[in-house]
Design a protein around this ligand. Structure first.
Ligand SMILES: Cc1cc2nc3c(=O)[nH]c(=O)nc-3n(C[C@H](O)[C@H](O)[C@H](O)COP(=O)(O)OP(=O)(O)OC[C@H]3O[C@@H](n4cnc5c(N)ncnc54)[C@H](O)[C@@H]3O)c2cc1C
Length: 485
């Protein structure tokens, strides 16, 4: 045990296992204040950026440490890979009307949000279906037990019993909370849903949970049905006009002297007096001391960082077990926008093929070239993720040709990004798995002087908005803690 009144210097010496200790003395980074007010934020995704930016605005002495050479984390706009200044979102894409933190930052930084295109067509079980004909009830989805007139939300008919239970007994009742022991598949089966509906849910829910219905908590699914009207084919989604990376870049610019890139955190030593972080910098290990630290990295990364003394057992359990799905994006540059031809199924397609969601991305960019984006997840992302780029391309091209016969003629190049193989993410984004209802609360709880941000700690998890929400939450927690110092 480390004694509480040990000085920071001797504490760091006693707990460090470092080959070389170099004091970090760049004046541009740690300005005049003493250790007592320093806050180190780890991870320049939207969670870490918003936290560091808000703390800086409030007058705190912040240092933001990032493993990569760029800000944004899972917000990643590819710009150099395409011709004619085309770009593509390879990570976070959509901003909803309820995403108040993103909307507020966009207003503050004069970034416009451009509505995305709605679904035009469906390609499932080898059938091409027009969305208009599905909407108007002329054509049916080829899934046993589905309701006419809609694509998304087909599961609702089979979960009414539990929606009624929540309305009658309340969210916090034992009966409702017990749903966390069951999966979405369990309750759909119990509610009489045919296997087809369970399969369709996998695809319809693919971007929300990036996994399969047998892994998702039934409680999370029922509550999301009650709290929100649910995503459907008429939901208007937006994207930041000109590329989502502008938001993290704007935040980073505001605090550019306070960010240190290419410096992964290796180790954190802490006690009630303060802490030291060990980072890699130009091949060397260096230590930096501070009063507080915010860890804003995914739990898939956090689990491999050495932290002494260890975090609480419940926190360690959640860090190791937090569920994430699999996600991949594939951007394809075409010579011509053949999807606008009159005989095409359309420019935004829902499909049960490995591509899952395919849509014209470059709607705000001039042609004639254009980018089609596939957002695939779950088993299909795993399957493609195991392949070489050449084999990924082959399967993608072949699948495109089934949906649009003209695709091979205009195909130029494909670029893929599989987030589960990304060194600094190793995941897609969190979902609430069976038995994980308390995880968010445990993961977000601070263990002074260590604080936790990131989408996995947010109420609106798995989103840019959630990441920023967590940045604001930790800023508030730190302001309270620092005022008492
Ligand atoms: C394919 C995909 C599609 C998505 N689509 C949407 C969408 O449409 N809408 C939406 O709102 N959200 C979407 N998301 C989710 C959204 O991207 C995330 O919820 C959000 O960006 C997470 O931000 P964060 O700051 O919590 O984590 P991250 O963005 O992962 O930031 C963590 C940062 O920590 C850094 N880091 C890691 N290890 C270390 C280390 N050891 N030392 C220092 N730094 C380290 C990383 O490099 C990274 O910059 C999507 C995500 C993916 C992957």
């Amino acid at each position: 045990m480390i004694k509480k009144n040990i000085s920071r210097r001797s504490f760091i010496k006693k707990t460090g296992v470092i080959t070389s200790i170099i004091s970090f003395s760049s004046p541009s980074i740690f300005s005049s204040s003493t250790d007592d007010k320093r806050i180190i934020v780890i991870g320049a995704g939207l969670a870490g950026l918003s936290c560091a930016y808000e703390l800086d605005r409030a007058g705190y002495n912040v240092l933001l440490i990032e493993a990569r050479s760029r800000p944004g984390g899972r917000v990643s706009t590819f710009r150099d890979q395409f011709s004619d200044n085309l770009y593509s979102e390879m990570g976070a894409e959509y901003v909803d009307s309820t995403d108040m933190y993103v909307q507020e930052y966009c207003r503050r930084f004069n970034l416009k949000i451009l509505p995305a295109r709605q679904y035009d067509g469906i390609y499932v079980r080898g059938n091409k279906l027009s969305m208009d004909r599905i909407r108007s009830g002329i054509d049916n989805l080829p899934y046993n037990g589905s309701t006419k007139g809609k694509l998304f939300g087909q599961e609702v008919n089979y979960i009414q019993k539990w929606i009624d239970l929540v309305n009658k007994k309340g969210i916090n009742s034992e009966e409702v909370q017990a749903l966390d022991k069951l999966s979405v598949e369990d309750i759909l089966k119990e509610g009489g849903a045919p296997n087809d509906i369970i399969e369709l849910y996998t695809y319809a829910n693919a971007t929300e949970s990036t996994t399969i219905p047998s892994k998702i908590s039934a409680l999370a699914m029922i509550l999301s049905n009650i709290k929100t009207s649910g995503f459907n084919e008429n939901t208007v989604e937006g994207r930041i006009f000109g590329g989502n990376d502008q938001l993290p870049k704007m935040l980073a610019k505001k605090i550019e002297n306070r960010i240190k890139y290419n410096s992964p955190l290796l180790r954190l030593d802490h006690n009630s007096d303060g802490l030291s972080v060990t980072i890699k910098d130009n091949g060397k290990q260096i230590k930096i001391s501070a009063a507080k630290c915010v860890l804003a990295v995914p739990t898939t990364i956090l689990k491999d960082i050495e932290i002494y003394p260890k975090l609480s057992n419940e926190k360690i359990k959640c860090i190791h077990e937090q569920a994430y799905g699999h996600a991949m994006k594939i951007a394809i540059q075409f010579k011509k926008r053949f999807w606008d031809n009159s005989d095409s199924l359309g420019a935004r397609i829902f499909t049960d093929t490995v591509l899952r969601r395919v849509y014209h991305f470059s709607i705000d960019q001039p042609g004639p070239r254009g980018i089609m984006l596939s957002f695939t997840s779950g088993k299909d992302a795993i399957k493609l993720g195991k392949l070489s780029n050449v084999d990924r391309d082959k399967i993608t091209k072949n699948t495109f040709s089934k949906i649009w016969k003209d695709a091979p003629e205009f195909w130029e190049r494909a670029v893929s990004k599989y987030w589960n193989e990304d060194k600094w993410t190793k995941a897609s984004y969190t979902f609430s798995a069976v038995g994980q209802k308390n995880f968010r609360e445990i993961l977000s709880k601070h263990q002074d002087p260590v604080y936790f941000a990131g989408e996995h700690t947010a109420i609106q998890r798995a989103s840019m908005n959630g990441a920023i929400e967590s940045g604001f939450r930790v800023t508030d927690e730190l302001k309270k803690a620092m005022n008492n110092l």
